[in-house]
Unconditional design. Structure first.
Length: 921
RNA sequence: GCCCGAGUGGCGGAAUGGUAGACGCGCUGGACUCAAAAUCCUGUGUCCUUAAAAGACGUGCCGGUUCGAGCCCGGCCUCGGGCACCA
């Protein structure tokens, strides 16, 4: 019997499916382990070999944990709402659901071939009404909650209403948009509309006007993490800033908690660091500057992290979008300021980024008074100050801030250094070090002392107070799209009103066109009768991250129609023990999910404060593209080695037409009509293609499909090979060259069991040597899997199998545990051989072999003998020998004597088990 | 500009501070074969010399700690990734 992987893999995949082998059931007698992959968006292109990398790793870990006696929850589903299906719908009129169905089916088929141990009965898509009902439900919970700063928790909005009725805003410490002040009487006198507007200032899911990333190309707003370099991540369209009223989530209320509990997570440092930067906590001071505009004065609060430099302030700057700009502009400066504001407004985000080096600004005509010195400084307006951060106004210290420095230089403003001996003739001195000068009471202090001293002073004199700011903004939650969750909100007399829970899920209406309406309304406005009890329903939909924010909770209890997750299921599965996915979600999904989970935790719906305990980022598998070089303006192609002699144009060529960088000439002519009569300039009779490592993508013709690998080598080989390629976290190019070696290993393993049709397995007793081979492998696998060092485990397997092959060992006592060890990596062949060995049950639930260290321990240690640090030879000595005995034996040996050659010994250092170093003169 | 991470043969990559290059690919030579495929065996960091052995040099660069450094420390260089007017 040969190793027929096609037959074996098909057979076991269907048996696992029929027997529901990997169905997970809550079982209090076993410890749980929850392993989750970041679920994919089912795109039309299908999976390429890069996608399963993380899935294979998580499957290996899941299977390993099962062998270790854990009750493993390992689910999979689809993040199915999203832009590509909708864009396709706009072009073709095809309902996104149809496209999604088709793509999901294809994904499932591809995933199934790889032999994952998912519990498919728990699978769902984010676009299933049974699921998004709970996304809408969570939104309503947020709508109905506010965040209490003093108890650090979300609370029902009814409590806030009660507080307003009792005492107005008196003594309130809650997260809000604009600070508000009113009495209980005033509150009671508000109209329903006014009350609704006030509460919007406090709700965790709220509607508010804000500067948004508006993408005209997509006709929708985008979240910060959906924009990169001023272009939309999906589609690459330019993005501009625009003020709009949008649904938002008050993520900023959770900034401190999101930051704090990062320390409790087993994530990589780089990922935690990314989140820390994104949250961007900075502790500083708010200081009030009195500003004179003609005869009129206004108090302007600025935020700074360096109050210690306040004696170096030579001007102030306002953000162009700040409400203060109009107020502080004098009549004389009005025209100039308005021209500047117009100039800023028409710039797109992308242009702003491209011109980040250029310095622009305009004088407002007002003068601020430095509260410490009483000195007057001019107030300028410039786009380098952001309206959305701090107070939208700054004090400028050009001597010690590079941005202020550039501005001062451009507009000829004074630069006053306040740190002794620093040189500010060429650039600012930003470092927080040195002795203070020109700074009144701070003179002579070290900068590190001066910072708190200045803060204390400002607070003591009532000039300002300490303040912590965060860069983290509230998440914009509306999208002007069709293919997303509808908001369970309708407008009753203009007041946003939540739908009752009984009306959920609110499903998408049928519409006949998916583009925005002529007057710029979202596509849902096209729906006939998009109303609730006669009132209009909200027409925007939720963003992509809505559905992915709590999906891990739903897998715990996917068919529950009473709750997102039952308390019992939640108590059992708790949170994700191991989450595997790409870093690209660091500042999107992984922040939103943590926020969402903390919110549900506050309300008591879930029992863990953090959703993902351990997180591993698998690297990307890149493609290896091939190129041909066409002589410009012809259909003649020159081989890579000769291309420099000609003027050529580089063209991607499909890698299926290339083998070992040699081009299949006939195949190439047949590839495209325009290449039908292609001529070639060859080197050594062959056409050599150029190559490069690039992202794997259709347009680069470098996509390798996992199905092809499964056809030619089998899923087990694919799985082993992807792990063997290198460390999981590292990005690496796909290269099919090495795959034969891995496949050869599996065949070699098979041949330990069979020679043709003869079964070789015997009941012969293993020798100590056999046991050593086995237990080395057990020890290695045990240690490596826990470190996700799967590549070295595969190597260890190869060594063991080579060992056994050399000695022709086909003993059951050795092979049986080896099959168990192999089963997480290559489950199909392992299952087959497990049954060949006479077992009835699945190998997936066998017991991980017990490691016996004493079997692998050497009796001898190899000592490296060095002279003055240079290793000259090695010697094997019994492990039990004492230091002194080792020293004596080594010194007495012939080899040592030969190297000594009469020189005298200064000292001898013995490192037990390792080395003998002899220092000689 | 700021913050992370990484630099080891022809290639992917191994090495608790202790014989650098495991394992795999590729390449040499060989066995089996009429031949091919498959399989197996052999060699394979560089240089020098050689019949062989033995040497010398080798983990991006420069220094340091150590009996001993790919690994630890300091300073550079290069390449990836993230953030980017966040006061």
């Amino acid at each position: 019997m040969d190793y027929n992987f096609r037959e074996i893999e098909q057979k076991w995949q269907s048996r696992w499916a029929e027997a529901h082998t990997f169905k997970a059931v809550e079982d209090a007698s076993k410890p749980k382990f929850y392993v989750l992959d970041m679920f994919p968006y089912p795109s039309g292109a299908g999976l390429h070999v890069g996608h399963p990398l993380g899935y294979i790793a998580s499957d290996i870990y899941s299977r390993y944990k099962r062998l270790r006696g854990f009750n493993v929850l390992h689910p999979m589903g689809y993040d199915a709402f999203g832009l590509p299906a909708e864009q396709y719908a706009i072009q073709t009129g095809q309902h996104p659901e149809v496209t999604t169905d088709k793509n999901v089916a294809r994904y499932r088929q591809q995933l199934d071939r790889i032999g994952f141990s998912y519990d498919w009965e728990r699978s769902f898509r984010t676009c299933d009404p049974d699921y998004f009902k709970w996304t809408q439900w969570a939104f309503l919970q947020m709508f109905d909650s506010y965040y209490c700063n003093s108890c650090k928790s979300a609370r029902p909005i009814s409590e806030l209403v009660a507080a307003f009725e009792r005492q107005g805003t008196e003594g309130l410490d809650v997260a809000c948009g604009e600070p508000m002040q009113f009495t209980a009487e005033q509150w009671k006198a508000f109209t329903p509309k006014e009350k609704s507007d006030v509460l919007m200032n406090y709700r965790i899911a709220y509607q508010g006007e804000t500067a948004v990333n508006w993408c005209p190309g997509l006709g929708t707003v985008l979240a910060n993490d959906e924009v990169k370099d001023g272009l939309s991540v999906r589609g690459g369209f330019p993005v501009e800033q625009k003020k709009m009223t949008q649904w938002q989530l008050r993520v900023s209320a959770y900034a401190e908690r999101l930051l704090d509990s990062l320390d409790t997570l087993d994530w990589t440092d780089s990922l935690k660091e990314m989140q820390r930067n994104w949250i961007g906590k900075s502790q500083g001071t708010e200081v009030v500057f009195r500003v004179e505009t003609g005869a009129q004065t206004t108090d302007v609060t600025i935020f700074t992290t360096r109050v210690d430099t306040i004696f170096g302030v030579t001007f102030m700057v306002l953000a162009p979008e700040s409400e203060l700009t109009a107020r502080l502009t004098t009549p004389e400066q009005k025209d100039e300021v308005e021209a500047y504001l117009a100039y800023v407004a028409k710039k797109t985000e992308r242009e702003r980024i491209a011109e980040t080096k250029s310095v622009t600004g305009v004088f407002s005509g007002s003068w601020g008074i430095n509260p410490l010195t009483g000195e007057k400084v001019p107030v300028w307006i410039s786009e380098y100050v952001l309206a959305g951060y701090g107070t939208g106004a700054i004090m400028a210290v050009p001597a010690h801030d590079s941005r202020d420095y550039a501005f001062a230089r451009k507009f000829g403003l004074p630069i006053v250094p306040i740190i002794e001996g620093c040189d500010v003739s060429e650039q600012s001195f930003d470092a927080k070090e040195g002795k203070m000068c020109n700074s009144g009471f701070l003179n002579g202090m070290d900068v590190q002392e001066a910072i708190p001293a200045a803060m204390d002073y400002v607070e003591a004199h009532g000039l300002g107070h300490r303040k912590t700011n965060y860069r983290l903004r509230d998440a914009i939650f509306s999208r002007q799209r069709y293919w997303g969750e509808p908001f369970p909100i309708y407008y009753k007399d203009g007041i946003p009103t939540p739908l009752p829970e009984s009306a959920l899920p609110l499903t998408l209406p049928q519409i006949d066109e998916y583009r925005p309406t002529a007057d710029g309304q979202p596509p849902l406005a096209r729906a006939k009768d998009w109303t609730y009890e006669g009132y209009p329903l909200e027409t925007s939909t939720m963003p992509g991250f809505a559905g992915s924010s709590a999906y891990y909770l739903r897998y715990m209890d996917p068919h529950n129609d009473k709750a997102l997750v039952s308390p019992e299921a939640d108590q059992y599965w708790r949170n994700v023990d191991l989450y595997i996915g790409g870093t690209e979600h660091a500042t999107g999904h992984l922040i939103y999910s943590r926020f969402w989970n903390k919110f549900l935790f506050d309300l008591g719906y879930v029992c863990e404060d953090e959703p993902f305990r351990k997180l591993i980022n698998q690297g990307m598998i890149q493609g290896r593209s091939n190129f041909v070089y066409r002589l410009v303006g012809t259909q003649t192609f020159v081989s890579a080695g000769l291309k420099d002699q000609y003027q050529t144009q580089e063209i991607h060529v499909d890698i299926s037409l290339v083998r070992n960088d040699r081009l299949d000439l006939e195949g190439f002519r047949a590839w495209r009509p325009e290449f039908k009569d292609a001529e070639f300039i060859l080197e050594d009779g062959e056409y050599i293609c150029g190559w490069a490592v690039e992202k794997m993508s259709k347009s680069m013709y470098n996509v390798v499909n996992p199905d092809d690998i499964c056809d030619n080598y089998g899923a087990d080989t694919l799985r082993l090979y992807e792990m063997f390629l290198g460390p999981l976290e590292q990005s690496k190019p796909w290269d099919t060259k090495g795959i034969d070696g891995v496949h050869r290993f599996l065949r070699k393993f098979w041949r330990l069991f069979f020679d043709g049709d003869t079964c070789l397995v015997t009941d012969e007793a293993p020798t100590p040597e056999d046991l050593k081979t086995l237990h080395r492998l057990i020890g290695k696998e045990q240690a490596d899997i826990e470190n996700f060092s799967f590549n070295t485990t595969v190597s260890a397997f190869m060594i063991a199998v080579n060992d056994l092959t050399d000695r022709k060992v086909s003993k059951r006592a050795i092979l049986e545990p080896m099959v168990i060890l192999l089963s997480p990596f290559a489950p199909h062949i392992a299952e087959e051989l497990w049954h060949v060995l006479g077992h009835e049950d699945s190998v997936a639930f066998a017991q991980f072999p017990v490691y016996r260290e004493e079997l692998t321990v050497e009796n001898n240690c190899t000592y490296a003998v060095s002279f003055n640090g240079k290793t000259r030879f090695t010697v094997d000595l019994p492990k039990t020998l004492s230091r002194e005995a080792v020293q004596e034996t080594v010194l007495a040996s012939d080899q040592t004597q030969r190297y000594l050659e009469g020189k005298s010994i200064v000292k001898v250092i013995v490192v037990p088990g390792k080395i003998v170093n002899i220092v000689i003169k």
